[in-house]
Design a binder for this molecule. Structure first.
Ligand SMILES: CCCCCCCCCCCCCCCC(=O)SCCNC(=O)CCNC(=O)[C@H](O)C(C)(C)COP(=O)(O)OP(=O)(O)OC[C@H]1O[C@@H](n2cnc3c(N)ncnc32)[C@H](O)[C@@H]1OP(=O)(O)O
Length: 197
């Protein structure tokens, strides 16, 4: 018996391709915010996900499970694994479609235990889009791109305006985010010049 959402993506979803300004396949993605629990380097106990564009539709991420991430002794906490998938899926939508989105629904299947010390290799893929709704799914494999499947996830992300963050978020944190984004954009432009002088 399966409790997963059937008909994925839903019938009204249309195929979706990358935004013209999406980073090219092979690009390593930087953290989107230094204080993000999923990817930020300033969060000592965070997940520190690292991601790269695999192809026009996919992003691959890695998450190494540390002692701080335990639920049962020696095993990763399921909620943190779901968090890792939220980050990987959100990064896929945000980077490939270049749109601000938030998770509206996240569905996770835990297939096998994930021990402390193992690295999850998460491959996430755009599945379709319907208006503001983007459907994306991912698979997480243990310790290698072709390792055994440990988790599968599906999510719906909804595109929001900047006012979502300015209305509900913290102004100081938003300012810090803006500065990081500007610095990253400048660094990316510089890297482009280095490659194509
Ligand atoms: C710019 C360049 C970027 C650069 C690159 C950046 C990279 C960046 C990486 C980020 C990586 C972070 C990854 C972590 C991401 C988070 O953790 S986000 C935090 C967790 N999520 C939230 O806090 C969201 C809280 N929820 C909300 O704010 C609101 O419910 C929402 C989701 C914005 C929707 O509200 P709304 O705007 O009023 O829209 P609403 O009409 O209710 O829903 C829109 C549609 O979605 C459907 N929908 C909404 N919720 C659901 C649901 N739960 N189930 C099914 N359908 C739903 C509605 O039925 C509706 O469908 P249609 O009627 O259009 O067919």
């Amino acid at each position: 018996m399966s409790s997963r959402t059937e008909n994925w993506p839903p019938a009204d979803a249309e195929p979706v391709g990358p935004h013209p300004d999406a980073p090219a396949p092979g690009t390593e993605l930087s953290e989107h915010y230094a204080e993000c629990f999923g990817c930020g380097h300033e969060v000592e106990l965070g997940l520190h996900l690292r991601s790269a564009v695999a192809d026009d539709m996919s992003v691959v991420s890695t998450f190494t499970v540390r002692k701080d991430h335990q639920g049962a002794p020696g095993l990763a906490h399921g909620g943190l694994l779901a968090c890792a998938f939220d980050e990987a899926l959100g990064s896929t939508v945000g980077n490939l479609l270049r749109t601000p989105t938030v998770t509206a629904r996240l569905e996770t299947d835990f297939v096998r235990p994930v021990p402390v010390g193992s690295t999850l290799h998460i491959a996430a893929r755009l599945d379709g889009r319907s208006g503001r709704k983007t459907y994306v799914s991912a698979e997480g494999r243990l310790d290698a791109d072709d390792g055994p499947v440990a988790l599968r996830a599906r999510a719906l992300f909804v595109t929001v305006g900047v006012d979502h963050f300015t209305t509900h978020g913290d102004p100081d944190a938003i300012e810090k985010f803006r500065q990081t984004a500007e610095a990253e954009a400048a660094a990316a432009e510089q890297r482009g010049w280095d490659v194509n002088p």
